[in-house]
Design a protein around this ligand. Sequence first.
Ligand code: B12
Length: 171
Amino acid sequence: MSGAAARGTTGLDAIRPSDVESASPGGGRTVLVSSMASDSHTWNLVYLQLLINEFGFEVVNLGPCVPDDLLVSECVARRPSMVVLSSVNGHGYQDGMRVIGRLRERPELAGTPVVIGGKLGVSEVDREVHAADLLAAGFDAVYDDRPDGAALFRSFVTTRLGAGATALDAP
Ligand code: B12
């Protein structure tokens, strides 16, 4: 009998993110990647997982359409060294402004680096204002549809988490 079956859980329960074996609760080298409630896009998350693996971290990827409560509970349970949120459907600003408040109100997550990136809105208008709002609300960095986003993100990770050289450093 599987562990999930032994606990009497349903099929859906059986694949809860907290059952992912690569997770290392509280581990200093684990980064949590997630989308937010409205966004069903997935390849952005796969891309981020591979990129962060290259930085030398384990990744717990919660996937798309993650409800706020699940995101908060997984962050509190796992205590990742960083939380990376991604949104490309155009609602990232709204989702991000809501979610960062939920994360920061938890004392366990008050000092955790949390960044957001992707295509956070549907137009260029107000992009800078929205980025400033997100920073003021508690994000440590915002990467909104920038061609140099990956390089800036690597720089942030190196500075804040002390990641080693990566493939991006190759000539
Ligand atoms: C495939 C796709 C879908 C698929 C998704 C399937 C799946 N399982 O993932 C389906 C058909 C489901 C879909 C649905 C929708 N989509 Co769509 N989709 C796309 C498409 C064609 C490709 C996305 C993709 O996979 N890219 C590959 C990944 C690797 O790249 P990426 O997502 O762009 O992410 C890159 C960067 O943004 C950045 N990045 C992302 N996150 C982060 C985070 C950090 C920290 C950093 C540093 C960088 C970073 O790095 C990545 C690599 O460069 C894009 C258009 C396009 N050509 O980009 C539209 C697009 C994203 N979709 C769009 C829209 C509007 C929708 C819908 C709302 C359409 C609708 N009316 O229903 C829905 C949204 C549903 C929802 N609830 O979210 C818009 C978003 C508009 C905007 N933000 O301005 C786009 C841009 C199309 C367009 N030009 O209008 N979509």
